[in-house]
Design a protein around this ligand. Structure first.
Ligand code: ATP
Length: 362
């Protein structure tokens, strides 16, 4: 297992990058800790696969370095990096049995037969294939074959890292949940450094200790699922995480107040002078709908999702989502919204602004 350091790492697929736009990955400096489970999350085209391929050695970066612990592996081939990989589509040997497929990476390294037997049994149990170990992979469903691929990725205990590239895409939805949970418990048991690429926030949040959120070739935040929810570092993280995502309103920030269209909104802390486009962000969970006070909200739709209601509204002409308790009566036309001041985030030019601690404490 290894710590992974990305040092001044950037990548351009073209030969002569002239400006930032020419880089599929903009320059980044990160240390990904040993034994942690990371998810790389972001929309299509944001650079997840490019970054994963640089870490695995399938792609040499045009700029910067990759270190495994303190060893520079920037130009080392995949085979020299001692990693396991699981791809989006199954990679299995059709003519081999499920058992031999799972044992293959261990036999290849000359492991002891008794160890191979017990390790294969453990992995087969994890992926729910104990009963078909003797069967040939040929003829199994795509779903089952992908479970074998996952098992082969997990079978070695001595790897530096295990890299997963959208591994559950072909898996049946009911099984997805079970496998995700098993992967998480396996990580708890063996503590491999894991990197898991996905564009699905549920997958990322249930799997990872830390989620690396990417946008347009940049890492915009690395944080625990809780940190991404509570304190998004960028408006994109606010939008992308949560269901529905965070609401944003343009506002002027003055000390401990936000001003929108002449209306004052109390903030939970004091902010210094800000420049650029300033916005407040509030999650649908922390908005209170009522009939008397706050900002007017024109209700456009109410979705009853069982545990609560999602109320779609317009506030100052912006689409705005609120979560209301299941039993609450929602008027058809206009209601008002108030916000929990402690739950309001402030952003300047899309980046989170931390409050002025000294003044807030005074
Ligand atoms: P997806 O979720 O769709 O796989 P991604 O987040 O993994 O997307 P990448 O595949 O890393 O994104 O692509 C990042 C950017 O680099 C995109 O603009 C893409 O068009 C570009 N790109 C990817 N591979 C190449 C390549 N071989 N040559 C040139 N440009 C590429």
């Amino acid at each position: 297992m290894a710590k992974i350091t990305l040092s001044k790492l950037a990548h351009s697929y073209g030969a002569n990058p002239q400006n930032e736009a020419d880089f599929a990955l903009k320059e980044m400096d990160h240390v990904w800790e040993d034994r942690q489970a990371y998810a790389l999350l972001g929309p299509s085209g944001c650079g997840k696969t490019t970054l994963l391929n640089i870490i695995s050695g399938l792609l040499a970066p045009s700029h910067g370095q990759v270190l495994f612990d303190d060893k520079d592996v920037t130009h080392a081939p995949t085979t020299a990096r001692n990693i396991a990989q699981v791809f989006q589509f199954p990679v299995v040997y059709d003519t081999m049995s499920v058992r031999d497929n799972l044992a293959f990476p261990l036999r290849n390294r000359g492991m002891d037969a008794a160890y191979i037997q017990s390790r294969v049994a453990r992995i087969a149990e994890l992926i729910g294939m104990e009963d078909v170990l003797a069967q040939k992979a040929q003829g199994l469903s795509a779903d089952a074959k992908q479970k074998i691929s996952l098992g082969r990725g997990l079978v070695r205990e001595d790897v530096n890292a295990i890299l997963f590239d959208e591994p559950l895409t072909v898996i049946d939805p009911a099984m997805k949940w079970a496998l995700r949970t098993q992967l998480k418990s396996l990580h708890g048991e063996f503590g491999h450094t894991m990197i898991y690429v996905t564009h699905d926030q549920t997958e990322a949040l249930t799997f990872a200790d830390k989620v690396v959120v990417m946008l347009e070739g940049r890492v915009v935040q690395i944080g625990t699922p809780e940190a991404l929810f509570e304190a998004p570092g960028h408006t994109f993280v606010g939008h992308f995480i949560g269901s529905p995502g965070m609401n944003f309103l343009d506002a002027t920030i003055e000390g401990q107040q936000a001003i929108i269209d002449g209306q004052m909104i109390a903030l939970g802390a004091h902010y210094g002078a800000l420049s650029g486009r300033t916005q407040i962000g509030i999650r649908p969970e922390f908005i209170r709908l009522n009939k008397k006070e706050g900002l007017p909200a024109i209700i456009s739709r109410v979705e009853d999702v069982g545990r609560h209601k999602i109320v779609r509204a317009q506030v100052f002409g912006h689409a705005f989502n609120c979560i209301a308790p299941e039993g609450m009566e929602i008027s058809a036309d206009v209601m008002y919204v108030t916000f929990d001041p402690a739950r309001i985030s402030v952003f300047a030019d899309d980046w989170r602004v931390e409050p002025n601690v000294k003044k807030a404490a005074a």
